[in-house]
Write a protein that binds this ligand. Structure first.
Ligand SMILES: Cc1cc2nc3c(=O)[nH]c(=O)nc-3n(C[C@H](O)[C@H](O)[C@H](O)COP(=O)(O)O)c2cc1C
Length: 171
């Protein structure tokens, strides 16, 4: 069983989680950055997709990637501004699972928070209060919490999640 981990990362959070997971993967494996590194999907049995969350879904590069994968065992992990254990986080994971399952066997996933750029927080704080993207007190708390992630606990949780996922599929 050969594993490819292919990740997208705009501001570096998902890349950090990707490297932590990759280091702990057993067996034959390769790490790629989506659209920067070349890979041939046919060379691998298991594909792990690393995405950053955008609009309750994968980022656009990861969506393009998943559409190209057919007949493989596929797992995913993501980082998001939203809390992973919220309704939003659950919906994001469900949508990721659904798109993977269209053409593949979904074998598991992981989601944690990732630091939201401060410019983004400030931009949303400065919106008119009736704008749907205006950041209220709860929202601001969440943005500030996101600055602590991904942290060591997230890396360990991600490694543990993938240890289980992969051990069920690499014999
Ligand atoms: C342009 C942009 C759009 C974002 N949109 C969302 C979003 O819709 N939902 C969300 O939970 N987080 C959103 N975030 C936060 C990112 O998902 C989060 O910070 C993630 O860890 C970024 O990963 P990266 O550093 O690997 O790019 C957004 C961040 C950026 C920069």
């Amino acid at each position: 069983m050969k594993i490819a981990l292919i990740y997208s990362s705009l501001t570096g959070n998902t890349e950090k989680v990707a490297k932590a997971i990759f280091d702990s993967l057993p067996g034959e494996k390769a790490l790629f950055r989506n659209k920067k590194d070349n890979y041939n999907l046919d060379d691998f049995d298991i594909i792990i997709i690393g995405y950053w969350c955008r609009r309750t879904f994968m980022d656009p590069l990861s969506i393009d990637l998943v559409k190209k994968i057919k007949g493989k065992k596929v797992a995913a992990f993501g980082t998001a501004g939203m809390y992973p254990d919220s309704k939003y986080g659950e919906l994001c994971r469900e949508r990721v699972r659904n798109i993977i399952e269209e053409e593949n066997e979904f074998i598991g996933d992981f989601l944690c928070q990732g630091k939201i750029p401060e410019e983004r927080t400030n931009k949303r704080l400065n919106l008119p209060k009736d704008d749907p993207h205006y950041l209220d007190e709860e929202g601001l708390k969440r943005h500030i919490e996101s600055r602590k992630h991904p942290n060591n606990e997230d890396f360990i949780a991600a490694q543990e999640a993938f240890r289980k996922i992969i051990s069920n599929h690499v014999k």
